[in-house]
Design a protein around this ligand. Structure first.
Ligand SMILES: Nc1nc2c(ncn2[C@@H]2O[C@H](COP(=O)(O)OP(=O)(O)OP(=O)(O)O)[C@@H](O)[C@H]2O)c(=O)[nH]1
Ligand SMILES: [Mg+2]
Length: 381
Protein backbone atom coordinates (compact mmCIF):
# COMPACT_ATOMS: atom_id res chain seq x y z
CA UNK A 1 0.00 0.00 0.00
CA UNK A 2 1.35 3.42 -0.94
CA UNK A 3 0.46 6.26 1.39
CA UNK A 4 0.33 9.58 -0.43
CA UNK A 5 1.86 12.85 0.73
CA UNK A 6 5.39 11.64 1.38
CA UNK A 7 8.39 12.21 -0.84
CA UNK A 8 10.98 9.43 -0.55
CA UNK A 9 14.47 10.77 -0.12
CA UNK A 10 13.37 13.50 2.31
CA UNK A 11 15.25 13.50 5.59
CA UNK A 12 13.37 11.52 8.22
CA UNK A 13 13.19 12.98 11.69
CA UNK A 14 10.49 10.78 13.17
CA UNK A 15 11.09 7.18 14.20
CA UNK A 16 8.81 4.16 14.20
CA UNK A 17 10.43 1.33 16.12
CA UNK A 18 9.20 -2.20 15.36
CA UNK A 19 9.89 -4.32 18.44
CA UNK A 20 10.28 -7.98 17.48
CA UNK A 21 10.56 -10.42 20.40
CA UNK A 22 12.31 -13.61 19.36
CA UNK A 23 12.91 -16.99 20.84
CA UNK A 24 14.25 -19.51 18.33
CA UNK A 25 13.12 -17.62 15.25
CA UNK A 26 16.32 -17.81 13.16
CA UNK A 27 14.53 -18.84 9.93
CA UNK A 28 11.68 -16.40 10.45
CA UNK A 29 13.75 -13.27 11.13
CA UNK A 30 15.85 -13.94 8.02
CA UNK A 31 12.60 -13.75 6.04
CA UNK A 32 10.74 -11.02 7.94
CA UNK A 33 13.35 -8.32 8.58
CA UNK A 34 14.20 -7.59 4.90
CA UNK A 35 10.44 -7.44 4.17
CA UNK A 36 10.03 -4.78 6.88
CA UNK A 37 12.91 -2.65 5.62
CA UNK A 38 11.51 -2.88 2.07
CA UNK A 39 8.71 -0.61 3.34
CA UNK A 40 11.14 2.16 4.34
CA UNK A 41 10.26 4.36 1.36
CA UNK A 42 6.51 4.13 1.87
CA UNK A 43 6.36 6.29 4.96
CA UNK A 44 7.77 9.55 6.24
CA UNK A 45 8.90 7.80 9.41
CA UNK A 46 12.27 6.18 9.71
CA UNK A 47 11.52 2.51 10.33
CA UNK A 48 13.82 0.96 12.91
CA UNK A 49 13.66 -2.70 13.88
CA UNK A 50 14.60 -3.80 17.38
CA UNK A 51 15.00 -7.55 17.93
CA UNK A 52 14.57 -8.56 21.57
CA UNK A 53 16.15 -11.96 21.77
CA UNK A 54 16.31 -14.15 24.85
CA UNK A 55 19.58 -15.91 24.05
CA UNK A 56 17.86 -18.25 21.57
CA UNK A 57 19.91 -21.43 21.20
CA UNK A 58 19.04 -21.75 17.48
CA UNK A 59 21.38 -18.95 16.33
CA UNK A 60 18.77 -16.17 15.95
CA UNK A 61 21.34 -13.63 17.16
CA UNK A 62 23.91 -14.66 14.55
CA UNK A 63 21.30 -14.24 11.80
CA UNK A 64 20.42 -10.78 13.08
CA UNK A 65 24.06 -9.74 13.35
CA UNK A 66 24.53 -10.74 9.69
CA UNK A 67 21.43 -8.79 8.63
CA UNK A 68 22.77 -5.75 10.48
CA UNK A 69 25.52 -5.48 7.89
CA UNK A 70 22.84 -4.67 5.29
CA UNK A 71 20.37 -2.71 7.43
CA UNK A 72 21.78 0.10 9.53
CA UNK A 73 18.47 0.62 11.33
CA UNK A 74 18.44 -2.94 12.68
CA UNK A 75 19.15 -3.24 16.41
CA UNK A 76 19.25 -6.09 18.86
CA UNK A 77 19.11 -6.45 22.61
CA UNK A 78 19.71 -9.77 24.30
CA UNK A 79 18.96 -11.11 27.74
CA UNK A 80 17.75 -14.11 29.73
CA UNK A 81 14.43 -15.78 28.88
CA UNK A 82 11.75 -14.49 31.23
CA UNK A 83 8.66 -14.59 29.02
CA UNK A 84 7.19 -12.46 26.26
CA UNK A 85 5.99 -9.69 28.60
CA UNK A 86 9.45 -9.21 30.08
CA UNK A 87 10.95 -9.20 26.59
CA UNK A 88 8.60 -6.38 25.52
CA UNK A 89 9.33 -4.36 28.67
CA UNK A 90 13.04 -4.70 27.99
CA UNK A 91 12.52 -3.79 24.34
CA UNK A 92 10.50 -0.66 25.14
CA UNK A 93 13.06 0.48 27.71
CA UNK A 94 15.87 -0.04 25.17
CA UNK A 95 13.94 1.82 22.47
CA UNK A 96 13.31 4.78 24.79
CA UNK A 97 16.93 4.93 25.76
CA UNK A 98 18.60 4.55 22.37
CA UNK A 99 16.14 4.83 19.46
CA UNK A 100 14.06 7.96 20.13
CA UNK A 101 10.70 6.44 19.10
CA UNK A 102 7.61 8.46 18.24
CA UNK A 103 5.79 5.22 17.45
CA UNK A 104 6.32 1.76 18.88
CA UNK A 105 5.13 -1.43 17.20
CA UNK A 106 4.54 -4.81 18.75
CA UNK A 107 4.87 -7.58 16.19
CA UNK A 108 5.51 -11.33 16.27
CA UNK A 109 8.74 -12.36 14.60
CA UNK A 110 7.28 -15.59 13.23
CA UNK A 111 5.78 -14.02 10.06
CA UNK A 112 2.21 -14.43 11.32
CA UNK A 113 1.78 -10.65 11.13
CA UNK A 114 1.86 -9.26 7.62
CA UNK A 115 4.40 -6.39 7.64
CA UNK A 116 2.69 -4.64 4.71
CA UNK A 117 0.25 -3.14 7.24
CA UNK A 118 3.02 -1.06 8.81
CA UNK A 119 2.63 2.04 6.59
CA UNK A 120 -1.16 1.99 7.07
CA UNK A 121 -0.83 1.75 10.87
CA UNK A 122 1.65 4.64 10.83
CA UNK A 123 -0.67 6.68 8.62
CA UNK A 124 -3.59 6.16 11.02
CA UNK A 125 -1.62 7.74 13.86
CA UNK A 126 -1.73 11.01 11.88
CA UNK A 127 -5.51 11.01 12.35
CA UNK A 128 -5.30 11.19 16.13
CA UNK A 129 -5.27 7.47 16.87
CA UNK A 130 -2.73 6.52 19.50
CA UNK A 131 -3.28 2.76 19.43
CA UNK A 132 -3.82 0.79 16.24
CA UNK A 133 -4.62 -2.88 16.74
CA UNK A 134 -4.20 -5.50 14.03
CA UNK A 135 -7.44 -7.27 14.82
CA UNK A 136 -8.29 -10.90 14.14
CA UNK A 137 -11.82 -10.50 15.44
CA UNK A 138 -12.98 -7.21 13.90
CA UNK A 139 -15.23 -7.68 10.83
CA UNK A 140 -12.95 -8.70 7.97
CA UNK A 141 -10.33 -10.23 10.28
CA UNK A 142 -9.85 -13.99 10.53
CA UNK A 143 -7.81 -16.89 11.91
CA UNK A 144 -8.36 -19.40 9.08
CA UNK A 145 -5.77 -21.94 10.26
CA UNK A 146 -6.87 -22.15 13.90
CA UNK A 147 -8.21 -25.53 15.00
CA UNK A 148 -11.74 -25.53 16.42
CA UNK A 149 -10.27 -25.85 19.93
CA UNK A 150 -7.83 -22.94 19.51
CA UNK A 151 -10.60 -20.82 17.99
CA UNK A 152 -12.78 -21.60 21.00
CA UNK A 153 -10.00 -20.74 23.49
CA UNK A 154 -9.13 -17.56 21.67
CA UNK A 155 -12.67 -16.28 21.18
CA UNK A 156 -13.87 -17.20 24.68
CA UNK A 157 -10.74 -15.69 26.26
CA UNK A 158 -11.29 -12.50 24.36
CA UNK A 159 -14.94 -12.45 25.24
CA UNK A 160 -14.12 -12.79 28.96
CA UNK A 161 -11.57 -10.03 28.99
CA UNK A 162 -13.87 -7.74 27.00
CA UNK A 163 -16.88 -8.15 29.22
CA UNK A 164 -15.39 -8.74 32.67
CA UNK A 165 -12.85 -6.03 32.05
CA UNK A 166 -15.50 -3.59 30.85
CA UNK A 167 -13.94 -2.97 27.41
CA UNK A 168 -16.47 -4.65 25.16
CA UNK A 169 -15.78 -2.07 22.46
CA UNK A 170 -12.35 -3.62 21.74
CA UNK A 171 -12.71 -6.77 19.68
CA UNK A 172 -9.19 -8.18 19.84
CA UNK A 173 -7.66 -7.65 23.28
CA UNK A 174 -4.78 -10.11 22.92
CA UNK A 175 -3.49 -9.26 19.48
CA UNK A 176 0.31 -9.02 19.35
CA UNK A 177 0.25 -6.69 16.33
CA UNK A 178 -0.08 -3.11 17.50
CA UNK A 179 1.18 0.36 16.79
CA UNK A 180 1.29 2.74 19.76
CA UNK A 181 2.25 6.35 20.20
CA UNK A 182 5.39 6.19 22.31
CA UNK A 183 4.20 9.06 24.54
CA UNK A 184 1.33 6.95 25.78
CA UNK A 185 3.53 3.91 26.40
CA UNK A 186 5.83 6.14 28.46
CA UNK A 187 2.89 7.02 30.68
CA UNK A 188 2.03 3.37 31.33
CA UNK A 189 3.12 1.64 34.49
CA UNK A 190 4.59 -1.49 32.90
CA UNK A 191 6.41 -2.69 35.99
CA UNK A 192 3.43 -4.57 37.45
CA UNK A 193 2.23 -6.16 34.19
CA UNK A 194 2.28 -9.93 33.66
CA UNK A 195 5.28 -11.59 32.14
CA UNK A 196 3.54 -14.08 29.88
CA UNK A 197 2.25 -13.47 26.37
CA UNK A 198 -1.53 -13.19 26.32
CA UNK A 199 -1.87 -11.76 29.80
CA UNK A 200 0.83 -9.19 29.05
CA UNK A 201 -1.01 -8.09 25.91
CA UNK A 202 -4.34 -7.69 27.68
CA UNK A 203 -2.78 -5.95 30.71
CA UNK A 204 -0.89 -3.55 28.45
CA UNK A 205 -4.12 -2.79 26.61
CA UNK A 206 -5.77 -1.82 29.92
CA UNK A 207 -2.82 0.41 30.82
CA UNK A 208 -3.01 2.12 27.42
CA UNK A 209 -6.76 2.67 27.79
CA UNK A 210 -6.29 3.96 31.33
CA UNK A 211 -4.01 6.55 29.81
CA UNK A 212 -6.73 7.56 27.34
CA UNK A 213 -5.42 5.85 24.22
CA UNK A 214 -7.58 6.52 21.17
CA UNK A 215 -8.04 3.13 19.54
CA UNK A 216 -8.80 1.86 16.05
CA UNK A 217 -8.85 -1.78 14.97
CA UNK A 218 -7.68 -2.82 11.53
CA UNK A 219 -8.81 -6.30 10.44
CA UNK A 220 -5.95 -8.74 9.75
CA UNK A 221 -5.80 -12.37 8.66
CA UNK A 222 -3.73 -14.35 11.15
CA UNK A 223 -2.33 -17.49 9.46
CA UNK A 224 -0.43 -20.23 11.27
CA UNK A 225 3.33 -19.99 11.45
CA UNK A 226 5.14 -21.78 8.62
CA UNK A 227 8.49 -22.20 10.38
CA UNK A 228 9.60 -22.76 13.97
CA UNK A 229 7.61 -23.77 17.01
CA UNK A 230 4.83 -21.97 18.88
CA UNK A 231 5.79 -20.87 22.40
CA UNK A 232 2.20 -20.67 23.57
CA UNK A 233 1.78 -23.06 26.49
CA UNK A 234 -1.03 -24.32 28.67
CA UNK A 235 0.46 -22.25 31.53
CA UNK A 236 -0.01 -19.14 29.36
CA UNK A 237 -3.69 -19.90 29.07
CA UNK A 238 -4.08 -20.46 32.82
CA UNK A 239 -2.26 -17.23 33.59
CA UNK A 240 -4.48 -15.44 31.11
CA UNK A 241 -7.59 -16.55 33.05
CA UNK A 242 -6.09 -15.56 36.42
CA UNK A 243 -5.10 -12.25 34.90
CA UNK A 244 -8.68 -11.43 33.96
CA UNK A 245 -9.60 -11.50 37.65
CA UNK A 246 -6.50 -9.43 38.44
CA UNK A 247 -7.48 -6.79 35.89
CA UNK A 248 -11.05 -6.69 37.19
CA UNK A 249 -9.76 -6.18 40.72
CA UNK A 250 -7.21 -3.59 39.63
CA UNK A 251 -9.95 -1.70 37.82
CA UNK A 252 -12.01 -1.44 40.98
CA UNK A 253 -9.22 -1.29 43.58
CA UNK A 254 -8.77 2.47 43.56
CA UNK A 255 -12.49 3.02 43.63
CA UNK A 256 -12.87 0.73 46.67
CA UNK A 257 -10.06 2.60 48.46
CA UNK A 258 -11.65 5.92 47.57
CA UNK A 259 -14.99 4.77 49.01
CA UNK A 260 -13.29 3.57 52.23
CA UNK A 261 -11.56 6.94 52.58
CA UNK A 262 -14.94 8.63 52.04
CA UNK A 263 -16.37 6.55 54.87
CA UNK A 264 -13.53 7.56 57.16
CA UNK A 265 -14.40 11.17 56.26
CA UNK A 266 -17.94 10.65 57.48
CA UNK A 267 -16.55 9.41 60.82
CA UNK A 268 -14.23 12.44 61.09
CA UNK A 269 -17.09 14.76 60.18
CA UNK A 270 -19.62 13.34 62.63
CA UNK A 271 -17.05 12.78 65.41
CA UNK A 272 -15.64 16.30 65.23
CA UNK A 273 -19.09 17.88 65.01
CA UNK A 274 -20.10 15.92 68.11
CA UNK A 275 -16.95 16.91 70.01
CA UNK A 276 -17.23 20.58 69.07
CA UNK A 277 -20.90 20.93 69.90
CA UNK A 278 -21.08 18.67 72.97
CA UNK A 279 -17.71 19.13 74.65
CA UNK A 280 -16.41 22.46 73.37
CA UNK A 281 -19.93 23.90 73.35
CA UNK A 282 -19.41 25.59 70.00
CA UNK A 283 -22.47 26.80 68.11
CA UNK A 284 -23.76 24.29 65.49
CA UNK A 285 -23.53 26.92 62.76
CA UNK A 286 -19.74 27.16 63.29
CA UNK A 287 -19.11 23.53 64.22
CA UNK A 288 -20.64 22.12 61.02
CA UNK A 289 -18.36 23.86 58.44
CA UNK A 290 -15.31 23.13 60.60
CA UNK A 291 -16.26 19.43 60.67
CA UNK A 292 -16.85 19.41 56.89
CA UNK A 293 -13.49 21.06 56.20
CA UNK A 294 -11.69 18.66 58.57
CA UNK A 295 -13.18 15.67 56.75
CA UNK A 296 -12.18 17.11 53.36
CA UNK A 297 -8.62 17.55 54.65
CA UNK A 298 -8.33 14.02 56.04
CA UNK A 299 -9.95 12.56 52.90
CA UNK A 300 -7.42 14.41 50.78
CA UNK A 301 -4.51 13.20 52.88
CA UNK A 302 -5.60 9.54 52.78
CA UNK A 303 -6.29 9.65 49.04
CA UNK A 304 -2.91 11.22 48.42
CA UNK A 305 -1.04 8.80 50.66
CA UNK A 306 -3.02 5.64 49.91
CA UNK A 307 -5.67 5.57 47.15
CA UNK A 308 -3.63 7.22 44.40
CA UNK A 309 -0.14 6.79 45.84
CA UNK A 310 1.14 4.83 42.84
CA UNK A 311 0.18 7.53 40.39
CA UNK A 312 2.77 9.81 38.94
CA UNK A 313 0.79 13.03 38.68
CA UNK A 314 1.24 16.38 36.97
CA UNK A 315 -0.09 18.63 39.73
CA UNK A 316 1.65 19.71 42.92
CA UNK A 317 0.07 19.03 46.31
CA UNK A 318 -1.35 22.55 46.71
CA UNK A 319 -3.00 22.38 43.28
CA UNK A 320 -4.46 18.97 44.02
CA UNK A 321 -5.75 20.19 47.36
CA UNK A 322 -7.57 23.03 45.63
CA UNK A 323 -8.99 20.78 42.93
CA UNK A 324 -10.14 18.31 45.56
CA UNK A 325 -12.10 21.11 47.26
CA UNK A 326 -13.70 22.26 44.02
CA UNK A 327 -14.79 18.70 43.22
CA UNK A 328 -16.06 18.17 46.77
CA UNK A 329 -18.22 21.28 46.28
CA UNK A 330 -19.52 20.08 42.91
CA UNK A 331 -20.23 16.61 44.26
CA UNK A 332 -22.04 18.18 47.23
CA UNK A 333 -24.29 20.21 44.92
CA UNK A 334 -24.97 17.14 42.77
CA UNK A 335 -25.69 15.07 45.86
CA UNK A 336 -28.22 17.62 47.05
CA UNK A 337 -29.83 17.96 43.58
CA UNK A 338 -30.26 14.20 43.18
CA UNK A 339 -31.70 13.95 46.69
CA UNK A 340 -34.28 16.70 46.03
CA UNK A 341 -35.17 15.25 42.64
CA UNK A 342 -35.75 11.74 43.98
CA UNK A 343 -37.71 13.03 46.91
CA UNK A 344 -39.98 15.31 44.88
CA UNK A 345 -40.48 13.41 41.65
CA UNK A 346 -40.24 9.73 42.53
CA UNK A 347 -41.84 9.68 45.97
CA UNK A 348 -38.84 7.70 47.22
CA UNK A 349 -38.42 7.16 50.97
CA UNK A 350 -36.09 9.95 52.18
CA UNK A 351 -33.37 7.69 53.61
CA UNK A 352 -33.21 5.65 50.38
CA UNK A 353 -33.13 8.86 48.33
CA UNK A 354 -30.28 10.06 50.50
CA UNK A 355 -28.32 6.83 49.94
CA UNK A 356 -28.83 7.09 46.16
CA UNK A 357 -27.68 10.71 46.27
CA UNK A 358 -24.57 9.73 48.26
CA UNK A 359 -23.79 6.97 45.71
CA UNK A 360 -24.03 9.50 42.84
CA UNK A 361 -21.84 11.92 44.80
CA UNK A 362 -19.16 9.27 45.43
CA UNK A 363 -19.08 8.18 41.77
CA UNK A 364 -18.79 11.71 40.41
CA UNK A 365 -16.27 12.58 43.11
CA UNK A 366 -14.12 9.58 42.24
CA UNK A 367 -14.38 10.06 38.47
CA UNK A 368 -13.40 13.72 38.58
CA UNK A 369 -10.59 13.26 41.08
CA UNK A 370 -9.24 10.27 39.20
CA UNK A 371 -9.26 12.09 35.86
CA UNK A 372 -8.33 15.57 36.99
CA UNK A 373 -6.77 15.90 40.46
CA UNK A 374 -4.64 12.76 40.29
CA UNK A 375 -4.31 12.68 36.50
CA UNK A 376 -1.30 10.57 35.54
CA UNK A 377 1.48 12.11 33.49
CA UNK A 378 4.31 9.67 33.18
CA UNK A 379 5.28 6.54 34.97
CA UNK A 380 8.63 4.86 34.87
CA UNK A 381 8.98 1.52 33.14
N1 LIG B 1 12.15 -12.73 23.56
C1 LIG B 1 11.15 -13.59 23.70
N2 LIG B 1 10.30 -13.79 22.69
C2 LIG B 1 9.27 -14.67 22.86
C3 LIG B 1 9.07 -15.38 24.06
N3 LIG B 1 7.96 -16.15 23.91
C4 LIG B 1 7.51 -15.94 22.65
N4 LIG B 1 8.31 -15.05 22.01
C5 LIG B 1 8.16 -14.51 20.65
O1 LIG B 1 6.89 -13.88 20.58
C6 LIG B 1 6.31 -14.07 19.31
C7 LIG B 1 4.95 -14.76 19.47
O2 LIG B 1 5.13 -16.03 20.06
P1 LIG B 1 4.35 -17.33 19.54
O3 LIG B 1 4.82 -18.52 20.27
O4 LIG B 1 4.44 -17.40 18.06
O5 LIG B 1 2.91 -17.01 20.01
P2 LIG B 1 1.61 -16.85 19.15
O6 LIG B 1 1.97 -16.25 17.81
O7 LIG B 1 0.64 -16.11 19.97
O8 LIG B 1 1.14 -18.34 19.00
P3 LIG B 1 1.17 -19.29 17.72
O9 LIG B 1 0.05 -18.83 16.83
O10 LIG B 1 0.94 -20.64 18.27
O11 LIG B 1 2.49 -19.14 17.04
C8 LIG B 1 7.31 -14.87 18.49
O12 LIG B 1 8.08 -13.97 17.75
C9 LIG B 1 8.15 -15.56 19.57
O13 LIG B 1 9.45 -15.87 19.14
C10 LIG B 1 9.99 -15.15 25.12
O14 LIG B 1 9.91 -15.71 26.20
N5 LIG B 1 11.00 -14.25 24.90
MG1 LIG C 1 3.12 -17.15 16.58
Amino acid sequence: MIISGYSPGAQKLRNAVIVLPTYNEADNVANLIPRIFALQNLTEFCIKVLVVDDNSPDGTQAVVEKLKLEHEELHITTGPKRGLGEAYKRGFAYAFEYLDPELLFEMDADCQHDPSFIPLFIHLTEFGFSLIIGSRFAPGGDTPDFSAWRKFISISGNWMIRFFGGISRIQDCTSGYRCMKADIVRKCDLSGLSTRGYSFQSSLLFELLRNNARVIEVPIIFYDRKRGMSKLSFADQIEFLINIARIRFKQSKEFIKFAIVGLSGVIVNVGLYYALTRFARINEAYAQPVAVEASIITNFMFNQAWTFRRRNTANGTAGKFLQFHVIAGLAGVLNYGVFLFLLRYTGMFDLVANLCAIACGVIINYSLNSRWTWKTISQKI
